[in-house]
Design a protein around this ligand. Structure first.
Ligand code: DQA
Length: 145
């Protein structure tokens, strides 16, 4: 049986496809979901792909992942830059990788700080949807076989 990995996405990522396509591309969230499932499957992982605009819901998902020892790939979206609640929840997850579609370091200054980076195993940013594929590869490499 494939091992589960939670791919949790924060606010406005459900708007992929219509939201600033020059920054985030033309693929929509359903495309992201489909790609992540296929990439995960190739790595013997079972991707659970979710998106919410609600900080409390995202925190709850991280608590559950932490309790169940499920690795997490997290795109915290705008919460990246100011949510200490999300950072505290992320700190509890044993294997958490932060991903971004764009490279926040190349964008407005408010995007340069991440509350999550210090508690993540690592961060992958700037490769479009491929950031998620690279994160899945990292999870597959890190998990004991
Ligand atoms: C993002 C970058 C964030 O700064 C932004 O608020 C997002 C998406 C990304 O994937 O590039 O919503 O996390």
């Amino acid at each position: 049986m494939n091992r589960p990995v939670l791919i949790a996405n924060g606010p406005n990522l459900g708007r992929l496809g219509s939201r600033e396509p020059e920054v985030y591309g033309h693929a929509d969230f359903a495309d992201l979901e489909r790609l992540c499932r296929a990439w995960a499957n190739d790595l013997s992982l079972d991707a659970i792909v979710r998106q919410t605009d609600d900080e409390a819901e995202l925190v709850g998902w991280l608590h559950h992942a932490s309790d169940q020892a499920i690795p997490v790939i997290l795109n915290p979206a705008a919460f990246t830059h100011y949510s200490y609640a999300l950072a505290d929840a992320a700190a509890e997850v044993e294997l958490l990788i932060e991903v971004h579609i764009s490279n926040p370091a190349r964008r407005e200054s408010f995007r340069h700080h991440s509350t999550i980076s210090a508690v993540a195993r690592g961060t992958i940013a700037g490769f479009g949807l491929d950031s998620y594929r690279l994160a899945l590869m990292a999870v597959a490499n890190i998990l004991p076989s």
